[in-house]
Design a protein around this ligand. Sequence first.
Ligand code: GDD
Ligand code: MG
Length: 360
Amino acid sequence: MTEAILLVGGKGTRLRPLTVNTPKPMVPAAGVPFLTHQLARARAAGVDHVVMATSYLAEVFEPYFGDGSHLGLHLEYVTEREPLGTGGAIRNVADRLHSAPDEPVLIFNGDILSGVDIRSLVDEHTGSGADVTLHLTRVTDPRAFGLVPTDADGRVTAFLEKPQTPEEIVTDQINAGAYVFNRSVIDTIPLGRPVSVERETFPGLLDAGAHLHGLVDSTYWLDLGTPQAFVRGSADLVLGRAPSPAVPGRCGERLILETAEVAGDAKLTGGTVAGARSAIGAGARIEGSTLLDGVRIAPGAQIRDSLVGAGATIGAHTVLDGAVVGDGAVIGEGNELRSGIRVWCDAQIPAGAVRFSSDQ
Ligand code: GDD
Ligand code: MG
């Protein structure tokens, strides 16, 4: 096993309003573009050839990752003219694969942070003789995912993408977005039209009697679909809860990138990242947050579980809790921004303009 396909296209994959031009896979998590973690984990598991299947803004991936040699990978890019869906995207890159028909090819959704043991997934695939093996994880609310019930031997019995009715919620096992396909199965996906691997390919394979195998692995797993999840994922990478060989530095309470300036009595905890050229003032308290490059945090600010976009400024004694602040935004002093608030890129909030607590 040496090859993988990384799916990084489709709709809704930009982390608005965090940045205007940066697609989500390139937003830094623990100091490096998120995709770096997936690529480095694949490399560590023995993958040496990765095809990135993308349908938009491909031009941002290639200048950064190039031919992949700095990661020890041979990296190729294929851009769809129109989004082809997950299955169409996989089929569209089949001619870049070198694997023989019976050899396994790894496929990853590009928005997942996972600690799954990739080698075990491949070993399970080979050992069970399956056509396709899916990494499954358990979640309390499976409605936003693909439900994958299995029998006692781990054989997949159905694939129900985004169940609509309570009756359809037959399991808490979901598709975790990492698969091993036999190369020959990829070649059976129709070419040149949109195909959903979840809604068409998997149900079709099951109807045709193919052997789909599920491996439930309950190690770290997070879908980075929301900015809040992204902040959590970045902090977990820094804390070492989400394992990645690409974290630039030792895991611990904080990751302070080399050119950041942090005042002596500022306190950074809970997996906080201080981006390059950021400046953090005296007495600031920052917990579990991601501060991107060039952020300025004034003295006494208190920031928790928040994402602060590149070049944004946070005024003195301002409180952020579960907030997303877009690139270049300026939040004046003495504001209080809480759960779920999203401040658009370059927006300006005057001093003392927003509070959630009573006047004092
Ligand atoms: N190249 C390409 N072209 N990639 C695509 C396209 C496309 O047309 N459509 C989606 N993708 C990529 C996305 O960038 C993402 O990395 C992955 O395929 C999955 O698509 P999402 O749009 O993020 O799907 P989802 O999150 O709603 O559901 C998927 O992931 C869940 C786990 O997070 C499904 O695979 C579910 O079954 C699964 O449970
Ligand atoms: Mg997703």
